[in-house]
Design a protein around this ligand. Structure first.
Ligand SMILES: Nc1nc2c(ncn2[C@@H]2O[C@H](COP(=O)(O)OP(=O)(O)OP(=O)(O)O)[C@@H](O)[C@H]2O)c(=O)[nH]1
Ligand SMILES: [Mg+2]
Ligand SMILES: [Zn+2]
Length: 297
């Protein structure tokens, strides 16, 4: 058996790359379906290569090594750094960014918030807003430009040693940025064309390796459901900026919703927590509560 990493998968066929950069087309053994496991891009696997002809043309995924992390949206395995890509255009969906940060913290992944298209005139406002909103959220905010190369070297250094997943809305420039970082030539598409066709340019997750960096490009998306129903009291634990105040709330547990004597709400009033970030927390809290109430329906 050979060792490799799954670099792409579609229609029940998976492509694995070995140490030497050779690629093999594989199918998954039936036992995985019985265990309700699908191979994911980023999986480290053992496989038997195919013979190249007849019934055994393609090889088989034999074993999937234990995953360090697993995301459902986008579906990828073993990521250590989630790069949430935004841009001044299309208009940023910060609620989506917040949800991605929650998923990342649940999985123990580091996050990096990129504001691409720093060459555009409105970009400085977007970067400043992101920095203000996510101060204390344990995520670095970096303005970059795939077009003029601004901060691209700094970003490459930041990615070093990580398996990174580029994720975010369609049209923010995930693929263009990866092309600029690593000299790739992935297809990119302008925003108006995407809207017309109502389609992503990138259609499937794909993993690339450059020295000690692995990066996964993924299709953009806009709607993101919470990946699982959980007790709404846990939501606040995914907001590091609440932590310094949470012990001082009058009630325990406090949801930091509308409770009197809530120290988090007080801190927000004093400008220590960004009001937009808190407002989105309240939106997610309401969503979480409803899902929790309906969990047995
Ligand atoms: N001005 C400017 N435009 C950029 C930059 N990066 C990407 N773009 C443009 O933004 C558009 C979308 O880029 P893509 O790389 O296809 O975006 P994507 O995030 O990969 O989109 P999906 O694959 O659909 O998820 C293209 O027209 C790019 O030329 C940048 O740094 N500056
Ligand atoms: Mg793309
Ligand atoms: Zn509180």
């Amino acid at each position: 058996m050979m060792e490799g990493i799954i670099v792409r998968g579609r229609g029940g066929f998976y492509t694995a790359r070995d140490q030497d950069g050779h690629e093999y087309v594989l199918r998954a053994k039936k036992k995985f379906r019985r265990q309700n496991i699908s191979p994911l891009v980023g999986d480290q696997i053992l496989f038997t290569p195919g013979t190249g002809e007849g019934k055994e043309e393609d090889g088989w995924v034999e074993e999937i090594k234990p995953r360090v992390s697993q995301c459902l949206r986008p579906p990828v395995a073993n990521v250590s750094l989630l790069c949430i890509v935004t841009a001044p255009r299309p208009a940023p969906d910060w609620l989506l960014a917040d949800k991605l940060m929650i998923f990342a913290r649940k999985q123990g992944l580091k996050t990096l918030l990129l504001v691409n298209k720093a060459d555009l005139p409105q970009a400085q406002d977007t970067v400043s807003l992101a920095q203000a909103m996510y101060a204390g959220a344990e995520t670095q905010v970096l303005g970059v430009s795939a077009q003029n190369g601004q901060a691209v070297d700094a970003l490459r250094a930041y990615l070093s040693g990580h398996t990174c997943c580029f994720s975010g809305q369609s049209g923010v420039g995930k693929s263009t940025l990866l092309n600029a970082l690593f000299g790739l030539s992935q297809e990119t598409g302008d925003i108006s064309r995407k809207i017309q066709r109502g389609k992503n340019t990138t259609r499937h997750a794909e993993l690339f390796t450059f020295g000690d960096i692995r990066v996964i490009d993924t299709p953009g998306f806009s709607l993101l459901e919470m990946d699982e129903v959980f007790d709404p009291v846990l939501l606040r634990d995914y907001y590091p900026e609440f932590e310094p105040y949470a012990d001082a709330c009058r009630f325990s547990p406090c949801y930091h919703g509308t409770e009197p004597g809530c120290a988090v709400l007080a801190a927000a009033k004093e400008g220590k927590i960004h009001p937009a970030r808190l407002a989105r927390y309240h939106t997610l809290l309401a969503e979480c509560r409803q899902a929790w109430r309906e969990r047995y329906d």
